[in-house]
Design a protein around this ligand. Structure first.
Ligand SMILES: Nc1ncnc2c1ncn2[C@@H]1O[C@H](COP(=O)(O)OP(=O)(O)OP(=O)(O)O)[C@@H](O)[C@H]1O
Length: 358
């Protein structure tokens, strides 16, 4: 993370939710639902913050509060100093021009070309045809669609449609962009391209981005900061790398296990037990992070401890550009050797856990 972004954390937040509760009133046979409970969340100016949670966790409710489509039952939602819930409908319409939004299913108008979809918010804002042209063409260029201005949505791929969605969201020069599962309908390669585009507009326009997703891959690709939401509560938040390398809450751990993928193969799971035995090998999980990941620590360990380590499973990933991985090794080691291994590993900045014996 750049210095600029670190310093932004201490600066005024572009978006702030203060002690927000949202309860949907009972309707018919359905009782009231509290979708968000005492949520506090701040998105520093110029940051990309990702909110990750399972279906029903309250993500859509949270994002709808920020653009004023819902009002909090209690608490405040402040965007660039303005309390969204306190605005009249008319002021809210003005405020929405400074908040762009992109959607899972793009929400383009099928009877309008790419150009005219991007032009729509500008027409509503009352700009002249010439002003609109001057604004739309560079935006289509920015999102890589300069040659598709006259195409209709049906003639565009999913990724291209989302590019139009991004250009449209940026048309009114917003300072904040909200992304509602914007890549969930796209294949992995297109997802990566759209996320790269989001990072580009974030950096070039100093745009603050709040995105919601249920996918860890989205968070690790773009989010400077992450908030994990579960049952309407933010259970953990902070810088993405810190949260995912030191997960404290069970929900965060579940998301992280998608990354580290340390589920052992079935044949080992069937045999693994907590008690050492002469005919069994210890299974040890080593977790490596950041700078420490780049040193040749596996050979350092085997040499220093004169111990043969068999590799059972290994996975290295990158979060916010920094390596993070796990390795499961097996060793014919007694208690003293395991203690020595754990001590040496700690001096190399690795975390260890004896998973059992098999
Ligand atoms: N308009 C509504 N009226 C009543 N209950 C609602 C309404 N909108 C959402 N809820 C309820 O609030 C809770 C949170 O829903 P929300 O849509 O915010 O979750 P989500 O994390 O976005 O889920 P998904 O990923 O499935 O869209 C759910 O229990 C949902 O049923």
């Amino acid at each position: 993370m750049s210095d600029h972004k670190n310093s932004a954390v201490t600066e005024a937040a572009a978006i702030r939710l203060e002690n927000v509760e949202k309860t949907y009133a009972a309707r018919g046979d359905n009782g009231a639902v509290t979708a968000l409970h005492s949520v506090d969340l701040a998105v520093p100016e110029g940051n990309i913050l990702g909110v990750i949670g399972k279906s029903g966790a309250g993500k859509s409710t949270l994002i709808r509060l920020v653009n004023g489509l819902e009002r909090p039952t209690t608490g405040r939602v402040i965007v660039h100093g303005t309390d969204i819930a306190a605005l009249s409908e008319r002021d809210l319409r003005d405020q929405r021009r400074s908040i762009g939004m992109i959607f899972q299913h793009f929400n383009l108008l099928s009877r309008r070309t790419a150009f005219n979809n991007v032009a729509l918010p500008l027409e509503i804002a009352g700009l002249s045809k010439a002003e609109i042209r001057k604004r739309v063409l560079p935006l289509l260029d920015l999102v890589g669609l300069a040659d598709k201005a006259d195409r209709y949505p049906a003639e565009l791929s999913g990724g291209q449609k989302q590019r139009v969605g991004i250009a449209r969201a940026l048309a009114t020069n917003p300072r904040v962009l909200l992304s509602d599962e914007a890549t969930s309908a796209l294949d992995p390669e297109t997802t990566a391209q759209i996320l790269a585009l989001l990072k580009k507009v974030n950096a070039e326009l100093n745009l603050t981005v709040l995105l919601i997703t249920h996918e860890m891959s989205v968070i690790k690709a773009v989010a400077d900061r992450v908030a994990v939401i579960d049952g309407g509560r933010i259970v953990e938040d902070g810088e993405t790398y810190d949260v995912f390398t030191h997960p404290r809450h069970a929900t965060t751990r579940r998301f992280v296990s998608e990354l580290t993928g340390t589920a052992l193969p079935d044949h080992l799971l069937a045999r693994i037990g907590p008690i050492p035995a002469p005919d069994k090998r210890a299974l040890i999980q080593l977790t490596f992070k950041g700078e420490g990941a780049n040193q040749p620590w596996l050979s350092i360990l085997t040499r220093k401890l004169d111990m043969d380590l068999g590799i059972i499973q290994a996975k290295v990933d990158h979060i916010a550009g920094k390596p993070f991985g796990t390795l499961v090794v097996s060793a014919a080691a007694g208690r003293d050797q395991l203690v020595a291994l754990q001590r040496e590993a700690a001096t190399l900045g690795l975390e260890t856990e004896v998973l059992g014996y098999a």
